[in-house]
Design a protein around this ligand. Structure first.
Ligand code: PMP
Length: 397
């Protein structure tokens, strides 16, 4: 039976990782894969996470099933983290949350539910967006449309065109938005732009689906959540996805959450029931460990303070690397306009170089970036910036 299956085209990021591993140059630099790295190039386990794991080892008494929605405590605390403890959707009982296998699990199960209830079955995504959004959303049966987002020449958001395009969306269409630290561009919407979007979404009867996979890595936990909280304040219905992969460093533990906001408590409860039943029919229930770690941290003021200070250090380090890189590029006089890298947010930005230059960086300097020229700022370090700048100077002039 399997002979009818065609070979799968190689995933560009996984292929890049494999060629990085094979490269024997001791000064090789991986700026491709989207994980946070410290000055030593490691992706460390956060201390708050290790402490929580030690506590869990002592306290956990059972590995019995946790149910499709996951842990009640995790859901309560992660809802407060994303929306803020005083948000109206919590007070009004209009939000239901499910612990999910990472942000990906949340995106897929959210898309499954939306495909079943959106009258048009269409979702608008930014051009460009994170590559895995497409298979996750289209695989659930949603039809994908694009709205213009990033202007590579101007290195800024094409907001006017984005609005024009979304004005052509039909009632019942879904709009996928990045809550903060847009992947891959690093270009985020300003508060005034979120306000205009909320007005458009309401006027056209669209449903916002916000992916906030990097809360805390841009401007801070609360400021990064501005857009998501504002839309939830203004609009009757919404879907939101979060991930604990980056801000808790729990990548492989597959920890995230899906939030559904409904018009009334009764509608929210009914939709939540549908959500949990769909989860049961997919992966039955989420893995428990990562959620238990997050719950242990957020339920303990000392551990929460430790986690927040570690997260701030990561955020500050990314910001520092952004400035230091652009300072060095300007001092060396590398050809090009790199100023946007300073003020963009999160782990990624586009260098704004050609594909051939990306290939030359890899072949001649063992610097690994994805073909679009997106690079992981957190993959740099004080020790590697100068070599990276020198490689860029030789490649782009
Ligand atoms: N959304 C975006 C925009 C992402 O970049 C990622 C991770 N790269 C995710 C969601 C999902 O992450 P995970 O499934 O690892 O939690």
């Amino acid at each position: 039976m399997y002979e009818t299956l065609q070979p799968v085209a190689e995933d560009p990021i996984l292929a890049l990782m494999a060629s990085y591993r094979r490269d024997t140059n001791s000064n090789k630099l991986d700026l491709g894969i989207g994980v946070y790295k410290d000055e030593q190039g490691q992706t460390p386990i956060m201390q708050a996470v290790s402490s929580a794991e030690r506590l869990l080892l002592e306290r956990e008494t059972s590995k019995s099933y946790i149910g499709p929605a996951g842990s009640e405590g995790f859901n309560r605390l992660i809802t407060q983290l994303v929306f803020g403890a005083d948000h109206r959707v919590i007070g009004e009982n209009r939000v239901v949350s499910a612990q999910t296998p990472g942000g990906c699990g949340a995106l897929r199960i959210g898309a499954e539910l939306l495909a079943a209830c959106s009258p048009t079955g269409r979702i608008w995504v930014s051009d460009p967006t994170w590559a895995n959004h497409r298979p996750l959303l289209a695989g659930a049966g949603l039809e994908i449309r694009e709205y213009p987002y990033y202007d590579s020449a101007q290195r800024s958001i094409r907001f006017g065109e984005m609005i024009d395009s979304l004005n052509g969306a039909e009632a019942g269409d879904i709009v996928l938005l990045h809550g903060c630290c847009h992947n891959p561009t690093g270009a985020d919407l300003e508060p005034e732009q979120w306000r205009q979007l909320a007005e458009l979404i309401e006027r056209r009867g669209l449903l916002p689906f916000v992916d906030i996979a990097y809360q805390g890595l841009g401007d801070g936990l609360d400021r990064d959540a501005y857009g998501v909280r504002y839309l939830a304040e203004q609009l009757p219905e919404m879907m939101v996805v979060t991930s604990c992969s980056k801000n808790f460093g729990l990548y492989r533990e597959r920890t995230g959450a899906l939030f559904l906001i409904g018009r009334t408590p009764a509608q929210t409860e009914r939709a939540g029931g549908q959500l949990f039943s769909r989860i049961r029919g997919h992966y039955s229930m989420p893995p428990a460990h990562g959620g238990a770690v997050v719950e242990t941290i957020l339920d303990d003021t000392g551990l929460t303070a430790l986690w927040q200070s570690e997260l701030s250090a990561m955020r500050e380090r990314i910001r520092y690397l952004r400035h230091r890189l652009v300072d060095r590029l300007e001092q060396v006089g590398v050809n090009g306009d790199f100023g946007h890298i300073r003020h963009q947010r999160g782990m990624f930005s586009f260098l704004g170089i050609e594909r051939e230059q990306v290939v030359a960086l890899r072949k001649q300097h063992s610097v690994y970036l994805v073909e679009s020229g997106r690079f992981n700022v957190a993959g740099l370090s004080n020790g590697s910036i100068d070599a990276f700048v020198a490689a860029l100077a030789q490649t782009v002039g």
